[in-house]
Design a protein around this ligand. Structure first.
Ligand code: HEM
Length: 249
């Protein structure tokens, strides 16, 4: 990431931090500062608005009941491209904000080859090289980045369909719909991963913090980075303390 983007991102973080504070208690770590949280929830809101209005336009026979939410059919048609455009703009800022920790590494390729271990929860701790984001999260991020670009291009072509050749409009419909389905599938997995699959994750997007056990369990390399402690030792120490406390009961 160029130094201009880094500077922009740092200044935005500082500005947002003046309007909303992140309180970090003992035993917690800062995960997502105010700026990131505002961006993430803005992305989520416009994404859902784009998705619902898009469903209503694409398959009215099934989703016509959604149009009153947007003020009727004509209004849904008018608003959908604006929701989509806002989504790509806000996601662009999120893209800049997360570009650095989303860089793909050799460790991520290893993680992907062993995804079965992650999905089946065989190991208590994530692979020790897992940093701020794991490979699954990075994959989701890059899927959105590519889909958002396709959305933008095909969305603009569809917006001005009256001046486009028919084959361009037909092709844009297909690509737009496919990108929406890919994002929807990712979104469903994402909600599960960000809530039920790993308790303690959701709060990071609410108050900005996570507990140390969450960090050493899911992102050991990041934990080692920010605390200077070894994640496995911290885990074993906490486990032994818990066992001693249980014996005393
Ligand atoms: C509305 C329900 C949603 C919930 C409950 C949710 C929850 C979360 C949480 C808790 C995180 C932090 C994960 C961590 O720190 O490890 C996160 C990250 C993220 N969110 Fe969401 N999110 C939602 C919607 C969305 C939408 C609509 C998008 C984009 C279209 C999105 C894109 C991302 C991305 C790219 C990340 C970083 C990578 C990852 O953690 O997968 N989220 N989300």
């Amino acid at each position: 990431m160029s130094s201009t983007v880094e500077r922009f991102d740092r200044e935005a973080r500082e500005k947002f931090e003046r309007h909303g504070r992140t309180v970090i208690h003992r035993g917690e770590l800062l995960r997502h500062p105010v700026y990131t949280r505002v961006l993430h929830w803005s992305v989520a809101i416009v994404f859902i608005l784009s998705l619902l209005s898009g469903f209503a336009l694409n398959s009215p026979w099934l989703f016509r009941w959604l149009t009153p939410l947007f003020g009727g059919g004509a209004m849904t048609r008018l608003l959908h491209p604006w929701f989509g455009l806002t989504f790509t703009i806000v996601f662009f800022f999120q893209f800049l904000n997360w570009f650095a920790p989303m860089r793909w590494t050799e460790g991520d390729s290893r993680w992907m080859r062993q995804i079965r271990v992650y999905v089946s929860n065989q190991e208590k701790l994530e692979a020790k090289e897992t940093g701020f984001f794991n490979a699954g999260q990075k994959l989701y991020f890059w899927t959105i980045a590519v889909s958002a670009l396709l959305f933008l291009i095909t969305g603009l072509l569809l917006w001005f369909d009256h001046v486009m050749p028919r084959w361009v409009v037909a092709g844009s419909y297909v690509v737009h719909g496919l990108a929406a389905l890919v994002m929807l599938a990712g979104f469903i997995i994402h909600i599960y991963e960000g809530t039920a699959a790993a308790p303690g994750t959701f709060r990071s997007m609410i108050d900005g913090t996570v507990t140390e056990p969450w960090a050493w369990t899911h992102h050991p390399a990041w934990y080692a980075d920010v605390t200077g402690r070894a994640p496995r030792e911290a885990y074993e120490q906490a486990r032994d303390e818990q066992a001693r406390a249980n014996r005393r009961l």
